[in-house]
Design a protein around this ligand. Structure first.
Ligand code: BDR
Ligand code: CA
Length: 304
């Protein structure tokens, strides 16, 4: 079992990712840290507490950055609704654990030999933790991120939302020297939520978590703007990589994060080895969507 933490900004797809991780015996989730992102920190924190609380698990949920290291905070309420969960109300969760995300991340890294970092929001909390005690980088087993795009963005023409939200922090993670795996927009576009997939999820039975996941997934409209016939279930892809790597094909690439100008937040992905720079990331390229949704369904059905 991998000891891991999840840094998140729930977020409709973050909710599903958290439930998938908490339902999976491969992962020993010790900590959930929260940033502002899809919606402001007060909402993402309340949502994270509720999502974890619904599982009945006593995983600490700790508040972190309200916004990026540099630049202005901007939320993404068009996709996730004003409350971050597309209007699906969850019962109030247990209180947040006092403290600050970066401190809690460092404490876990100090306590454990090997910790996998799962990042499914802006990278601020993870970068702050490693920047404030760089020696702890050696304790990081792997960093699995939903972030970036190799072609076009979804928040600007150039940038994916998480990368755009705090590009300096993402650049730090990519340069930290530990293995980084990226689920980009091109990968997550293969994990489309469609009515038949929601129906299959519901048919699995399950309890309050599966019901909430199905309601949330059913409340996000198809992202027709991007030519999709459903909406991409971005964040669970980064979790699924740690559960079953055979769902994916991948290649090692160099990724540069552009931090200036109109392309701020763009991940320049060297898929064809044109930069002359050594790979610093593993890029997930294709997803077996049928098996991915089957795994998600099986796991969510096992939750309370
Ligand atoms: C990413 O941004 C958020 O809207 C999602 O939760 C996901 O983490 C996709 O660009
Ligand atoms: Ca997210």
């Amino acid at each position: 079992r991998r000891v891991c933490l999840i840094d998140t900004d729930p977020g409709t797809d973050d909710a599903v990712a958290l439930w998938l991780a908490l339902a999976s015996p491969e992962l020993d989730v010790r900590l959930v840290t929260v940033a502002g992102g899809n919606v402001g920190l007060s909402h993402t924190l309340r949502n994270a507490r509720a999502i974890v609380g619904l599982t009945g698990r006593a995983v600490p949920v700790v508040a972190g950055a309200e916004g990026p290291l540099l630049g202005a905070f901007r939320s993404e309420t068009q996709v996730h609704g004003a409350d971050g969960l597309a209007g699906v109300a969850l019962p109030e969760g247990p209180p947040a654990t006092p403290g600050i995300a970066a401190d809690a991340i460092r404490a876990l890294l100090r306590a454990e030999e090997r910790v996998t970092l799962i990042g499914i929001g802006p990278a601020t909390n993870l970068a702050l933790a490693l920047a404030t005690e760089p020696a702890l980088v050696d304790r990081v087993e792997e960093i699995a991120l939903m972030t970036g795009a190799w072609a076009e963005g979804n928040i600007t023409p150039s940038a994916e939302f998480n990368a755009w939200s705090d590009p300096e922090s993402l650049a730090m993670l990519l340069e930290c020297g530990r293995p980084v795996t990226l689920a980009t927009l091109e990968l997550t576009a293969q994990a489309l939520v469609t009515p038949d997939r929601i129906a299959a999820l519901r048919a699995a039975g399950g309890g309050a978590c599966l019901d909430a996941a199905a309601r949330i997934m059913g409340s996000v409209p198809p992202s027709r703007r991007f030519g999709h016939r459903g909406h991409p279930l971005h964040d669970p892809c980064a979790v699924a990589w740690l559960l079953d790597p055979t769902l994916f094909t991948h290649r090692d690439v160099h990724v540069h994060v552009e931090c200036a100008g109109v392309a701020r937040g763009r991940t320049v992905v060297d898929r064809w080895e044109r930069s002359g720079q050594a790979p610093n990331a593993r890029l997930l390229e294709t997803l077996d969507a049928g098996r991915f949704f089957a795994l998600l369904t099986e796991r969510l059905a096992a939750l309370p």
